[in-house]
Design a protein around this ligand. Structure first.
Ligand code: NAP
Length: 337
């Protein structure tokens, strides 16, 4: 028996793929939802891909901002996979709306796990909790941390960094065996139409919303690989106490545009970079653009050596992850053709 995993935020883009991997590996999965009326939607998303020997799937109601339900949710659980966290499309006006649920939610969930004797924990963190803007052109790895004191650090990056730091502190204080998975931009195919903010960038490309692109780039990973890493973390005790970057490589926005343009030549897809000066002017009026100014002219890069070496990951290439996301969006009529 593989055991029972409490999976937080089971309605999420990444969490549904994690649920699928866990169920098909024989784990029973208890997913948390903010609203129980979404249980059927999650079941329906997973059903076509479940094998005959899949574990059982159930749901409990719990919110990151409320104590109610967490103690009961932990009963009989052998491991916790904590993915739930706000993932906004745009940076919020009030940073606390993202930071508070992420940080206090992580504290709440990990303390509930410790109180119930659930000591094995896998946390979905992010490359934004790793990438340090003070050294933009270097290949960064699991020893690096985002500097939350820089004025340009976004509320989302702060939320993930502070939440991960809180998790490591609680793990140390309460004897939890913690592994973090730190994905870059997660692409690849969603399991249903509720795919959060992750594919918003690709929708934007395919809708031809922007005439030109910012000169920047970031680490990319396929959602199926991110899910596989959560599973392998649970299956391999040697991953306890360690962070794992989830990225198959980095792509400049202009390379994403060119790749998509080559695949969909009749669409109006941006495939040229705009000069930095354009974004400096736009940033005067738009706080979202202001937040990318330090990234202009840089390709963010992280090492996947640990994931490849210790988890034996064979990552789906960035271009394939991008094209799989685009293919899904086009086939499901999510972008004008
Ligand atoms: P998503 O589809 O928006 O999923 C987020 C999940 O968190 C949803 O299930 C959401 O529930 C839940 N959630 C948000 N606020 C909550 C609250 N107050 N109480 C309870 N649940 C709450 O986003 P995702 O892309 O799958 O992201 C999952 C995790 O991966 C997050 O921790 C995110 O920071 C991390 N991550 C994502 C990416 C990426 O590119 N997608 C990259 C790196 C890291 P509802 O469905 O009810 O809103």
């Amino acid at each position: 028996m593989a055991g029972t995993v409490l999976l937080t935020g089971s309605s999420g883009f990444i969490a549904k793929q994690v649920a699928l991997k866990l169920l098909n590996a024989g784990y029973a999965v208890r997913g948390t939802l903010r609203r129980m009326d979404r249980a059927d939607e999650v079941r329906a998303a997973l059903a076509p891909y479940l094998t005959e020997t899949a574990g059982t799937l159930g749901f409990v109601q719990a919110d990151l901002e409320d104590d109610t339900g967490w103690a009961e949710a932990m009963q009989g659980v052998t491991a916790l996979v904590h993915t739930a966290s706000p993932f906004p499309i745009a940076q919020p006006k009030d940073p606390a709306t993202v930071i508070r649920p992420a940080v206090e939610g992580t504290e709440r969930v990990l303390k509930a796990a410790a109180a119930a004797g659930v000591t094995r924990v896998v946390l979905t963190s992010s490359t934004v909790a790793v990438l340090n803007e003070a050294k933009p052109d270097t290949l960064q790895d699991e020893a690096d941390w985002c500097d939350v004191h820089l004025p340009t650090t976004t509320p989302y990056a702060k939320s993930k960094t502070l939440a991960e730091r809180a998790a490591w502190e609680i793990a140390k204080a309460r004897g939890l065996r913690l592994t973090t998975i730190n994905p870059g931009l997660v692409l690849g195919p969603p399991l249903d139409e509720n795919y959060g903010s992750s594919l918003a960038l690709i929708e934007r490309f395919l809708k031809g919303k922007d005439p030109m692109l910012p000169p920047m780039g970031l680490p990319v990973v396929d959602v199926r690989d991110v899910a596989e890493m959560h599973l392998r973390a649970l299956q391999r005790p040697e991953t306890e106490g360690r962070r794992y970057l989830a990225a198959s490589g980095s792509m400049a926005f202009v390379d994403m545009g060119r790749t998509l343009k080559a695949a969909y030549p009749t669409r109006r897809i941006p495939a040229r970079e705009a000069p930095k000066a354009v974004f400096r002017i736009l940033a005067l009026f738009d706080p979202d653009i202001r937040s990318i100014l330090p990234k202009l002219g840089h390709l963010e890069r992280v090492s996947n050596v640990r994931a490849v070496g210790e988890m034996e990951m064979e990552f789906i290439a960035p271009k394939a992850a991008l094209l799989a996301a685009a293919d899904w969006l086009v086939r499901h009529g999510k972008v004008w053709s």
